[in-house]
Design a protein around this ligand. Structure first.
Ligand SMILES: C[S@@+](CC[C@H](N)C(=O)[O-])C[C@H]1O[C@@H](n2cnc3c(N)ncnc32)[C@H](O)[C@@H]1O
Ligand code: SF4
Length: 467
């Protein structure tokens, strides 16, 4: 028998063995597909020169754009952290960063041929609430000076509840903040110790209260599974506590353990990490727990109350996936500001220098601080749509996508070949041009998407676990 032997033939009756085999075959390291091509394909061939031309081609009447601002600073390092951030204990690097960030906004706005409308702003990090209240106010004021904001503009920030102050919330809310995402991860104190993030429930409750009182209408909590010392019961308790804070959405990210890229993750004791099987059980149990309480599971790792706008978008096939995860934001253009931020233009992706000194140096020379990117080919656009719809809807009518991109279904012969073992193993169905993940296959959607990835080095293993 070859490697793709059907699971059903091997062991039709034992669900435990079946799950283990699925994990072995499809729970390997696969991209998270927050973009296609993924960041692995970015090269220095995309420079400030290309970016200038791309920015100049943007047209106001093509619709509102989205803006992303990266704040790469934290108060202390969580050992699991996979974000682009550094710990700072002084104000001066932050002050310096903010002054350059304002300069970058001016530089981009000066490059544009037309004044654009912004439909959404997202402050990510790192920790945006490391900015002083006056600094977050200045960043929002600068954006309002250089872009027009629609009346329904969404202004969101990722927030560390441990360092959130009432003054910061007031300044951000005065500037229009209406959505927030609080980093929680897990409420169990033993897990918190193992990840160097001690954060009692009351601290999160206080932060949620400050945001609600300031009129922030949509609150998301970030939770994680796959952390050291986590148990199924503990995870349920964490979710229960999270629900007590009445969030509108929850994210449940699978811990990406990549110590070869993030040296501080070596501080996580690997023998305390749940194995693949337990990770699988955790996200399953979390989904069942939330669904039993009327929540909707959306895409890979998001949950929302049934009446939330993200749940509505998912129900109508309008949910999108971008670098911040799943979103209702349908803007085709994303302009990134700050070190490491990624932008999406009609022509391709562009990323700023990841390290603050390099980012700063380019700005000092009056240059857009671009380090790399990728220009998308027609084939990239075609596959990007297939992968994004699968990540969001778990099903796709390839005939429709082919029609939109003037392609033939035969052009996807390789992908159909790669889907065959997945069909036999019961994670995907193929009926004519319609490909769908089965109920079990939803947990392995990254592998199903990978079947359509023309760039993936299938031997490489430098991505985090697929489950
Ligand atoms: C920028 S942080 C959120 C804001 C703030 N820095 C905080 O932690 O409270 C974004 C989220 O990414 C998630 N995250 C960080 N490192 C991760 C990793 N290695 N694997 C999976 N998710 C991770 C965490 O859930 C975290 O809340
Ligand atoms: S998880 Fe958030 S607070 Fe912790 S180090 Fe990463 S970005 Fe900073």
């Amino acid at each position: 028998m070859n490697a793709s032997t059907a699971l059903a033939a091997e062991n039709p009756s034992n669900p435990t063995d079946r799950v283990d085999l699925l994990i072995e075959r499809y729970g390997g390291r696969t991209p998270r597909y927050t973009s296609y091509p993924t960041a692995v394909q970015f090269t220095p061939q995309v420079t400030a020169r290309e970016y200038v031309a791309w920015l100049q081609s943007l047209r106001r009447d093509a619709g509102a754009v989205s803006l992303y601002l990266h704040v790469p600073f934290c108060d202390r390092m969580c050992w699991y952290c996979g974000c682009n951030t550094v710990v700072v204990n002084r104000r001066s690097p932050i002050e310096d960063y903010v002054s350059r960030l304002l300069r970058e906004i001016d530089l981009v706005a000066d490059t544009l041929s037309q004044r654009l409308v912004a439909g959404s702003v997202h402050f990510g990090g790192g920790t945006p609430n490391m900015l002083a209240p006056a600094e977050v106010g200045a960043a929002l004021a600068k954006l309002a000076e250089r872009f027009d904001f629609g009346p329904d503009a969404e202004i969101a920030a990722e927030i560390d509840p441990r360092t959130l102050t009432a003054e910061w919330v007031r300044a951000a809310a005065d500037g229009g903040l209406n959505r927030a995402s609080l980093g929680v991860q897990d409420f169990d104190s033993s897990v918190q110790k193992a990840i160097n993030r001690e954060q009692p429930f009351d601290v999160v409750a206080r932060a949620a209260g400050l945001l609600r009182d300031a009129g922030v209408s949509s609150l998301n909590l970030d939770l994680m599974y796959g952390l050291p010392r986590q148990t199924l019961k503990g995870l349920e308790e964490t979710i229960d506590k999270a629900l007590a804070l009445s969030p509108d959405r929850l994210s449940l990210f699978g811990y990406a353990h990549v110590p070869w890229m993030k040296a501080h993750q070596k501080l996580i004791l690997e023998d305390e990490l749940p194995d693949s099987r337990l990770r699988y059980e955790m996200q399953r149990r979390a989904a069942e727990f939330l669904e039993a309480r009327g929540w909707r599971r959306l895409g890979l790792d998001h949950f929302a109350k049934a009446d939330d706008s993200l749940a509505a978008a998912a129900g109508e096939g309008r949910m999108r996936r971008n670098f911040q995860g799943y979103t209702t934001d349908e803007a085709p253009v994303l302009i990134g500001f700050g070190a490491s931020s990624i932008g999406r233009m009609p022509q391709g992706y562009v990323q700023n220098a990841a390290a603050v000194p390099q980012w700063r140096e380019k700005l000092e020379r009056g240059e857009l601080p671009v380090a790399r990117g990728v220009e998308m080919s027609a084939d990239d656009r075609f596959r990007a749509e297939i992968i994004e719809r699968l990540m969001c809807d778990f099903t796709i009518d390839l005939a429709e996508v082919c029609g939109r991109h003037d392609r033939r279904i035969e052009d996807l012969a390789d992908a159909f070949e790669r889907l065959k073992p997945m069909e036999s193993d019961g994670i995907a169905t193929v009926s004519g041009p319609v490909v769908a993940a089965t109920r079990d296959g939803r947990d392995f959607i990254r592998s199903i998407c990978a079947a359509f990835d023309a760039h993936l080095d299938r031997e490489a293993t430098r991505h985090s676990r697929g489950v």
